[in-house]
Design a protein around this ligand. Structure first.
Ligand SMILES: NC(=O)c1ccc[n+]([C@@H]2O[C@H](COP(=O)([O-])OP(=O)(O)OC[C@H]3O[C@@H](n4cnc5c(N)ncnc54)[C@H](O)[C@@H]3O)[C@@H](O)[C@H]2O)c1
Ligand SMILES: [Zn+2]
Ligand SMILES: [Zn+2]
Length: 385
Protein backbone atom coordinates (compact mmCIF):
# COMPACT_ATOMS: atom_id res chain seq x y z
CA UNK A 1 0.00 0.00 0.00
CA UNK A 2 1.02 3.63 -0.34
CA UNK A 3 1.65 5.56 2.86
CA UNK A 4 3.17 8.83 4.04
CA UNK A 5 6.43 7.89 5.76
CA UNK A 6 8.45 10.04 8.19
CA UNK A 7 12.20 9.74 7.48
CA UNK A 8 13.55 12.53 9.72
CA UNK A 9 12.98 16.23 10.44
CA UNK A 10 10.96 17.78 7.59
CA UNK A 11 11.60 14.66 5.45
CA UNK A 12 8.48 12.75 4.47
CA UNK A 13 7.61 10.86 1.31
CA UNK A 14 4.85 8.68 -0.06
CA UNK A 15 6.33 5.17 -0.18
CA UNK A 16 5.18 1.63 -0.85
CA UNK A 17 5.02 -0.19 2.49
CA UNK A 18 3.64 -3.55 3.67
CA UNK A 19 -0.16 -3.64 3.62
CA UNK A 20 -1.93 -3.21 6.93
CA UNK A 21 -3.66 -6.47 7.83
CA UNK A 22 -5.82 -8.08 10.51
CA UNK A 23 -3.29 -9.06 13.23
CA UNK A 24 -5.66 -9.95 16.08
CA UNK A 25 -9.19 -11.24 15.89
CA UNK A 26 -10.46 -8.04 17.53
CA UNK A 27 -9.05 -5.91 14.64
CA UNK A 28 -10.91 -4.19 11.84
CA UNK A 29 -9.23 -3.32 8.55
CA UNK A 30 -10.24 0.00 6.99
CA UNK A 31 -9.67 1.24 3.47
CA UNK A 32 -8.94 4.91 4.14
CA UNK A 33 -10.94 7.34 2.05
CA UNK A 34 -10.00 10.57 3.87
CA UNK A 35 -7.20 11.38 6.32
CA UNK A 36 -6.11 14.81 7.56
CA UNK A 37 -2.88 16.57 8.39
CA UNK A 38 -2.99 17.86 11.98
CA UNK A 39 -0.99 20.44 13.92
CA UNK A 40 0.09 17.47 16.07
CA UNK A 41 1.74 15.91 13.01
CA UNK A 42 3.89 19.02 12.76
CA UNK A 43 5.54 18.43 16.16
CA UNK A 44 6.73 15.11 14.68
CA UNK A 45 7.41 16.48 11.18
CA UNK A 46 9.69 19.16 12.65
CA UNK A 47 11.67 16.54 14.58
CA UNK A 48 10.46 17.91 17.93
CA UNK A 49 9.54 14.43 19.21
CA UNK A 50 11.33 11.08 19.26
CA UNK A 51 9.28 9.68 16.38
CA UNK A 52 11.34 6.84 14.87
CA UNK A 53 12.31 7.08 11.19
CA UNK A 54 10.16 4.98 8.81
CA UNK A 55 6.97 5.56 10.83
CA UNK A 56 3.71 6.01 8.96
CA UNK A 57 1.97 9.21 10.13
CA UNK A 58 -1.73 10.06 10.28
CA UNK A 59 -4.24 9.93 13.14
CA UNK A 60 -7.32 11.68 11.67
CA UNK A 61 -8.78 8.81 9.69
CA UNK A 62 -12.00 7.73 8.05
CA UNK A 63 -12.91 5.04 5.55
CA UNK A 64 -14.73 1.85 4.68
CA UNK A 65 -14.42 -1.44 6.56
CA UNK A 66 -13.03 -4.14 4.23
CA UNK A 67 -12.31 -6.94 6.72
CA UNK A 68 -13.08 -7.81 10.33
CA UNK A 69 -11.44 -10.28 12.73
CA UNK A 70 -13.43 -13.28 13.99
CA UNK A 71 -14.01 -11.64 17.39
CA UNK A 72 -15.61 -8.50 15.93
CA UNK A 73 -19.40 -8.52 16.44
CA UNK A 74 -20.77 -5.08 15.79
CA UNK A 75 -18.80 -3.62 12.89
CA UNK A 76 -19.46 -5.09 9.45
CA UNK A 77 -17.66 -5.12 6.13
CA UNK A 78 -18.97 -2.18 4.10
CA UNK A 79 -19.58 0.08 7.13
CA UNK A 80 -18.34 3.65 6.73
CA UNK A 81 -16.46 4.53 9.88
CA UNK A 82 -14.51 7.36 11.44
CA UNK A 83 -11.75 6.44 13.88
CA UNK A 84 -10.91 8.39 17.03
CA UNK A 85 -7.20 9.26 16.98
CA UNK A 86 -6.91 7.55 20.37
CA UNK A 87 -6.75 3.76 20.41
CA UNK A 88 -8.64 2.41 23.40
CA UNK A 89 -9.55 -1.10 24.54
CA UNK A 90 -12.97 -0.31 26.00
CA UNK A 91 -12.50 -2.48 29.09
CA UNK A 92 -9.65 -1.00 31.17
CA UNK A 93 -10.28 1.17 34.23
CA UNK A 94 -9.82 4.39 32.21
CA UNK A 95 -11.79 3.42 29.09
CA UNK A 96 -14.64 2.30 31.38
CA UNK A 97 -14.83 5.86 32.73
CA UNK A 98 -14.83 7.41 29.25
CA UNK A 99 -11.15 8.37 29.42
CA UNK A 100 -10.34 6.76 26.09
CA UNK A 101 -7.24 8.95 25.59
CA UNK A 102 -5.66 7.23 28.58
CA UNK A 103 -6.18 3.56 27.78
CA UNK A 104 -4.09 1.27 29.99
CA UNK A 105 -4.22 -1.73 27.64
CA UNK A 106 -2.94 -0.19 24.40
CA UNK A 107 -0.25 2.11 25.91
CA UNK A 108 3.47 1.60 25.31
CA UNK A 109 5.06 0.92 28.72
CA UNK A 110 8.58 1.50 27.37
CA UNK A 111 7.83 5.25 27.36
CA UNK A 112 7.01 5.31 31.10
CA UNK A 113 6.26 2.35 33.35
CA UNK A 114 2.81 3.78 34.14
CA UNK A 115 2.08 5.09 30.64
CA UNK A 116 -1.56 5.52 29.58
CA UNK A 117 -2.87 6.31 26.11
CA UNK A 118 -2.21 5.24 22.52
CA UNK A 119 -2.79 6.69 19.05
CA UNK A 120 -2.15 6.01 15.36
CA UNK A 121 1.13 7.32 13.92
CA UNK A 122 2.03 9.29 17.04
CA UNK A 123 5.31 9.69 18.97
CA UNK A 124 5.34 7.81 22.30
CA UNK A 125 1.79 6.57 21.78
CA UNK A 126 2.52 2.98 20.84
CA UNK A 127 3.66 1.06 17.78
CA UNK A 128 0.49 1.70 15.76
CA UNK A 129 0.94 2.80 12.15
CA UNK A 130 -0.87 5.90 10.95
CA UNK A 131 -3.67 6.27 8.45
CA UNK A 132 -2.12 8.64 5.92
CA UNK A 133 -2.11 5.44 3.94
CA UNK A 134 -4.41 3.32 1.82
CA UNK A 135 -5.17 0.85 4.62
CA UNK A 136 -5.35 1.07 8.42
CA UNK A 137 -5.44 -1.64 11.07
CA UNK A 138 -7.88 -0.62 13.82
CA UNK A 139 -7.31 -2.53 17.08
CA UNK A 140 -10.42 -3.33 19.19
CA UNK A 141 -12.55 -2.43 16.18
CA UNK A 142 -15.92 -2.84 17.90
CA UNK A 143 -14.93 -0.18 20.45
CA UNK A 144 -12.98 2.21 18.24
CA UNK A 145 -15.08 2.44 15.07
CA UNK A 146 -17.85 5.03 14.99
CA UNK A 147 -20.22 3.72 12.32
CA UNK A 148 -21.61 6.62 10.29
CA UNK A 149 -25.17 7.15 9.03
CA UNK A 150 -26.36 6.94 5.42
CA UNK A 151 -25.01 10.40 4.53
CA UNK A 152 -21.43 9.25 5.31
CA UNK A 153 -20.13 9.82 1.79
CA UNK A 154 -22.06 13.03 1.19
CA UNK A 155 -20.78 14.61 4.45
CA UNK A 156 -17.37 12.91 4.47
CA UNK A 157 -15.53 16.24 4.78
CA UNK A 158 -17.47 17.02 7.96
CA UNK A 159 -17.44 13.54 9.49
CA UNK A 160 -13.66 13.16 9.12
CA UNK A 161 -13.26 16.01 11.63
CA UNK A 162 -14.80 13.67 14.27
CA UNK A 163 -11.49 11.77 14.34
CA UNK A 164 -9.80 14.53 16.29
CA UNK A 165 -10.15 18.28 15.93
CA UNK A 166 -13.91 18.74 16.37
CA UNK A 167 -13.99 16.65 19.58
CA UNK A 168 -10.69 18.25 20.68
CA UNK A 169 -12.01 21.79 20.19
CA UNK A 170 -15.13 20.70 22.08
CA UNK A 171 -12.98 19.13 24.83
CA UNK A 172 -11.18 22.45 25.36
CA UNK A 173 -14.51 24.12 26.10
CA UNK A 174 -15.56 21.30 28.45
CA UNK A 175 -12.25 21.45 30.32
CA UNK A 176 -12.92 25.20 30.55
CA UNK A 177 -16.39 24.51 32.03
CA UNK A 178 -18.08 26.74 29.46
CA UNK A 179 -21.80 27.21 30.15
CA UNK A 180 -24.42 28.98 27.99
CA UNK A 181 -24.01 32.76 28.15
CA UNK A 182 -20.32 32.61 29.09
CA UNK A 183 -17.64 34.68 27.43
CA UNK A 184 -14.55 32.74 26.35
CA UNK A 185 -11.09 33.57 25.10
CA UNK A 186 -9.51 31.02 22.76
CA UNK A 187 -5.77 31.21 22.12
CA UNK A 188 -4.86 29.91 18.66
CA UNK A 189 -6.87 30.04 15.45
CA UNK A 190 -5.37 26.92 13.93
CA UNK A 191 -7.78 24.07 13.14
CA UNK A 192 -8.18 23.20 16.84
CA UNK A 193 -8.84 26.80 17.90
CA UNK A 194 -11.35 27.15 15.07
CA UNK A 195 -13.13 23.99 16.23
CA UNK A 196 -13.14 25.36 19.79
CA UNK A 197 -14.78 28.47 18.32
CA UNK A 198 -17.44 26.42 16.57
CA UNK A 199 -17.99 24.37 19.76
CA UNK A 200 -18.33 27.48 21.93
CA UNK A 201 -20.88 28.87 19.50
CA UNK A 202 -22.92 25.66 19.47
CA UNK A 203 -22.89 25.64 23.29
CA UNK A 204 -24.24 29.19 23.51
CA UNK A 205 -21.21 31.30 24.41
CA UNK A 206 -22.20 34.96 24.56
CA UNK A 207 -18.83 36.25 23.36
CA UNK A 208 -15.89 34.45 21.79
CA UNK A 209 -12.50 36.17 21.55
CA UNK A 210 -9.89 34.38 19.43
CA UNK A 211 -6.24 35.39 19.70
CA UNK A 212 -3.54 34.67 17.10
CA UNK A 213 -0.93 36.66 15.17
CA UNK A 214 -1.87 34.89 11.95
CA UNK A 215 -4.42 37.36 10.61
CA UNK A 216 -5.39 35.07 7.74
CA UNK A 217 -6.55 32.44 10.24
CA UNK A 218 -8.13 35.07 12.49
CA UNK A 219 -10.31 36.09 9.55
CA UNK A 220 -11.67 32.54 9.46
CA UNK A 221 -12.34 32.67 13.22
CA UNK A 222 -14.29 35.88 12.66
CA UNK A 223 -16.38 34.13 10.00
CA UNK A 224 -17.20 31.47 12.60
CA UNK A 225 -18.54 34.15 14.94
CA UNK A 226 -15.49 35.22 16.97
CA UNK A 227 -14.03 38.62 17.79
CA UNK A 228 -10.46 38.46 16.43
CA UNK A 229 -7.63 39.76 18.62
CA UNK A 230 -4.10 40.10 17.25
CA UNK A 231 -1.56 38.53 19.60
CA UNK A 232 1.07 40.98 20.86
CA UNK A 233 3.27 39.08 23.35
CA UNK A 234 0.68 39.33 26.12
CA UNK A 235 -0.16 43.02 25.63
CA UNK A 236 -3.34 42.00 23.76
CA UNK A 237 -4.83 40.86 27.10
CA UNK A 238 -5.72 44.48 27.87
CA UNK A 239 -8.17 44.49 24.94
CA UNK A 240 -9.95 41.49 26.44
CA UNK A 241 -10.08 43.10 29.89
CA UNK A 242 -11.38 46.35 28.37
CA UNK A 243 -14.13 44.43 26.57
CA UNK A 244 -15.22 42.62 29.78
CA UNK A 245 -15.46 45.56 32.21
CA UNK A 246 -11.95 44.82 33.42
CA UNK A 247 -12.98 41.37 34.72
CA UNK A 248 -11.68 39.02 32.05
CA UNK A 249 -13.63 36.28 30.29
CA UNK A 250 -15.57 33.58 32.13
CA UNK A 251 -13.26 30.91 30.74
CA UNK A 252 -10.37 30.27 28.36
CA UNK A 253 -9.03 27.67 25.94
CA UNK A 254 -5.42 26.99 25.03
CA UNK A 255 -5.24 25.61 21.48
CA UNK A 256 -1.55 26.14 20.59
CA UNK A 257 0.78 24.09 22.79
CA UNK A 258 4.46 24.09 23.73
CA UNK A 259 5.67 25.63 20.46
CA UNK A 260 3.77 28.89 21.02
CA UNK A 261 5.79 31.85 19.87
CA UNK A 262 5.93 35.60 19.35
CA UNK A 263 4.66 37.15 16.11
CA UNK A 264 8.32 37.09 14.99
CA UNK A 265 8.51 33.34 15.53
CA UNK A 266 10.58 33.20 18.74
CA UNK A 267 9.36 30.31 20.90
CA UNK A 268 8.30 31.44 24.40
CA UNK A 269 6.68 28.34 25.92
CA UNK A 270 5.04 30.12 28.90
CA UNK A 271 3.68 33.06 26.91
CA UNK A 272 0.17 31.83 26.25
CA UNK A 273 -0.47 30.04 29.55
CA UNK A 274 0.38 33.23 31.44
CA UNK A 275 -1.71 35.37 29.08
CA UNK A 276 -4.66 33.08 29.77
CA UNK A 277 -4.25 33.50 33.53
CA UNK A 278 -4.39 37.27 32.93
CA UNK A 279 -7.28 37.22 30.42
CA UNK A 280 -9.62 34.88 32.36
CA UNK A 281 -11.59 36.21 35.33
CA UNK A 282 -11.10 35.30 39.00
CA UNK A 283 -12.53 31.74 39.53
CA UNK A 284 -12.59 31.03 35.77
CA UNK A 285 -11.43 27.76 34.22
CA UNK A 286 -8.85 27.17 31.49
CA UNK A 287 -8.91 24.16 29.16
CA UNK A 288 -5.51 23.26 27.72
CA UNK A 289 -5.60 20.97 24.68
CA UNK A 290 -2.50 22.34 22.93
CA UNK A 291 0.21 19.70 23.36
CA UNK A 292 2.86 20.05 26.08
CA UNK A 293 5.51 17.34 26.49
CA UNK A 294 7.48 15.88 29.43
CA UNK A 295 10.77 16.67 27.72
CA UNK A 296 11.69 18.68 24.65
CA UNK A 297 15.40 18.43 23.74
CA UNK A 298 14.84 21.01 20.97
CA UNK A 299 13.19 23.42 23.44
CA UNK A 300 13.81 27.16 23.52
CA UNK A 301 15.54 27.28 26.94
CA UNK A 302 16.77 25.09 29.81
CA UNK A 303 13.32 24.84 31.40
CA UNK A 304 11.64 23.96 28.12
CA UNK A 305 14.16 21.19 27.46
CA UNK A 306 12.90 19.54 30.68
CA UNK A 307 9.27 20.06 29.67
CA UNK A 308 8.83 22.84 32.24
CA UNK A 309 7.51 26.39 31.91
CA UNK A 310 7.72 29.42 34.19
CA UNK A 311 3.99 29.40 34.93
CA UNK A 312 2.48 32.31 36.84
CA UNK A 313 1.16 29.96 39.51
CA UNK A 314 0.90 32.65 42.18
CA UNK A 315 -1.53 34.70 40.14
CA UNK A 316 -3.37 31.56 39.01
CA UNK A 317 -3.85 30.51 42.64
CA UNK A 318 -4.70 34.02 43.82
CA UNK A 319 -7.43 34.22 41.18
CA UNK A 320 -8.88 30.85 42.25
CA UNK A 321 -8.73 29.55 38.72
CA UNK A 322 -8.95 25.95 37.56
CA UNK A 323 -7.13 24.20 34.78
CA UNK A 324 -7.89 21.05 32.78
CA UNK A 325 -5.42 19.45 30.40
CA UNK A 326 -4.63 16.55 28.13
CA UNK A 327 -5.42 14.61 25.01
CA UNK A 328 -9.07 14.56 24.04
CA UNK A 329 -11.15 11.52 24.95
CA UNK A 330 -12.70 11.45 21.49
CA UNK A 331 -15.09 8.61 22.35
CA UNK A 332 -16.67 10.80 25.03
CA UNK A 333 -18.01 13.20 22.39
CA UNK A 334 -17.86 11.82 18.85
CA UNK A 335 -21.29 10.16 18.67
CA UNK A 336 -23.17 13.29 19.77
CA UNK A 337 -21.04 15.56 17.55
CA UNK A 338 -21.87 13.18 14.66
CA UNK A 339 -25.55 13.89 15.38
CA UNK A 340 -24.89 17.64 15.15
CA UNK A 341 -23.35 17.13 11.71
CA UNK A 342 -26.02 14.65 10.54
CA UNK A 343 -28.79 17.06 11.52
CA UNK A 344 -27.15 20.10 9.98
CA UNK A 345 -26.28 21.83 13.26
CA UNK A 346 -22.51 21.88 12.76
CA UNK A 347 -20.31 22.05 9.68
CA UNK A 348 -16.67 21.58 10.71
CA UNK A 349 -15.68 21.24 7.04
CA UNK A 350 -15.92 25.04 6.81
CA UNK A 351 -12.25 25.28 7.75
CA UNK A 352 -10.92 22.98 5.01
CA UNK A 353 -8.63 24.86 2.64
CA UNK A 354 -7.06 21.99 0.66
CA UNK A 355 -8.37 18.62 -0.49
CA UNK A 356 -5.55 16.65 -2.14
CA UNK A 357 -4.48 13.16 -3.20
CA UNK A 358 -2.05 11.44 -0.79
CA UNK A 359 0.71 11.87 -3.40
CA UNK A 360 0.70 15.61 -2.67
CA UNK A 361 1.08 15.14 1.10
CA UNK A 362 4.83 16.01 1.24
CA UNK A 363 4.18 19.41 -0.31
CA UNK A 364 1.12 19.94 1.86
CA UNK A 365 3.20 19.24 5.00
CA UNK A 366 5.70 21.87 3.88
CA UNK A 367 3.06 24.54 3.35
CA UNK A 368 0.98 23.74 6.45
CA UNK A 369 4.18 23.69 8.55
CA UNK A 370 5.15 27.16 7.30
CA UNK A 371 1.56 28.31 7.97
CA UNK A 372 1.55 29.65 4.40
CA UNK A 373 -1.38 32.00 3.87
CA UNK A 374 -4.53 30.11 2.98
CA UNK A 375 -3.32 26.71 4.31
CA UNK A 376 -5.84 26.24 7.12
CA UNK A 377 -6.66 22.51 7.07
CA UNK A 378 -5.55 19.84 4.61
CA UNK A 379 -7.51 16.67 3.93
CA UNK A 380 -5.99 13.85 1.88
CA UNK A 381 -7.53 11.10 -0.23
CA UNK A 382 -5.27 8.02 -0.30
CA UNK A 383 -7.30 6.18 -2.96
CA UNK A 384 -7.10 9.06 -5.46
CA UNK A 385 -4.60 8.70 -8.29
N1 LIG B 1 -5.26 17.53 23.16
C1 LIG B 1 -5.51 16.90 22.03
O1 LIG B 1 -6.15 15.85 22.04
C2 LIG B 1 -5.06 17.49 20.72
C3 LIG B 1 -5.63 17.05 19.52
C4 LIG B 1 -5.26 17.68 18.34
C5 LIG B 1 -4.31 18.68 18.36
N2 LIG B 1 -3.74 19.04 19.54
C6 LIG B 1 -2.75 20.11 19.62
O2 LIG B 1 -3.42 21.36 19.55
C7 LIG B 1 -2.51 22.36 19.11
C8 LIG B 1 -3.11 23.12 17.95
O3 LIG B 1 -3.33 22.27 16.84
P1 LIG B 1 -3.63 22.92 15.41
O4 LIG B 1 -3.85 21.80 14.45
O5 LIG B 1 -4.67 23.97 15.51
O6 LIG B 1 -2.17 23.54 15.15
P2 LIG B 1 -1.56 24.78 14.37
O7 LIG B 1 -0.12 24.72 14.70
O8 LIG B 1 -2.00 24.74 12.95
O9 LIG B 1 -2.23 26.07 15.03
C9 LIG B 1 -1.65 26.77 16.08
C10 LIG B 1 -1.98 28.24 15.93
O10 LIG B 1 -1.43 28.93 17.06
C11 LIG B 1 -0.93 30.18 16.63
N3 LIG B 1 0.01 30.70 17.62
C12 LIG B 1 1.30 30.35 17.84
N4 LIG B 1 1.83 31.06 18.86
C13 LIG B 1 0.83 31.88 19.31
C14 LIG B 1 0.72 32.85 20.35
N5 LIG B 1 1.76 33.14 21.13
N6 LIG B 1 -0.47 33.48 20.54
C15 LIG B 1 -1.54 33.23 19.75
N7 LIG B 1 -1.49 32.31 18.73
C16 LIG B 1 -0.33 31.65 18.52
C17 LIG B 1 -0.33 29.88 15.28
O11 LIG B 1 -0.19 31.07 14.51
C18 LIG B 1 -1.36 28.90 14.69
O12 LIG B 1 -2.36 29.56 13.96
C19 LIG B 1 -1.22 21.59 18.75
O13 LIG B 1 -0.34 21.60 19.85
C20 LIG B 1 -1.73 20.18 18.54
O14 LIG B 1 -0.71 19.22 18.72
C21 LIG B 1 -4.11 18.47 20.71
ZN1 LIG C 1 -4.87 15.56 15.11
ZN1 LIG D 1 -8.57 0.91 27.71
Amino acid sequence: MKALVYHGPRKVSVDNVDDATIEKQTDVLVRITTTNICGSDLHMYEGRTDMPANSVLGHENMGEVIAVGKAVDRVKVGDRVVLPFNIGCGFCANCERGLSAFCLTTADRSVMPNMAGAAYGFADMGPYRGGQAQLLRVPYGDYNCLVLPEDAAEKERDYVMLSDIFPTGWHSTRLANLTPGDSVVIYGSGPVGLMATLSARVQGASRIFVVDHNTDRLALAEKLGATPIVEDEGREVQQILDATSGQGTDCGCECIGYQCHTPQGKEVPNLVMNSLVNAVKFTGSIGVVGVFVPQDPGGADELAKKGEIAFDFGKFWFKGQKIGTGQCNVKAYNRKLMELIHNGRANPSAIISHELPLSEAPDAYKNFDKRVEGWHKVILHPQAA
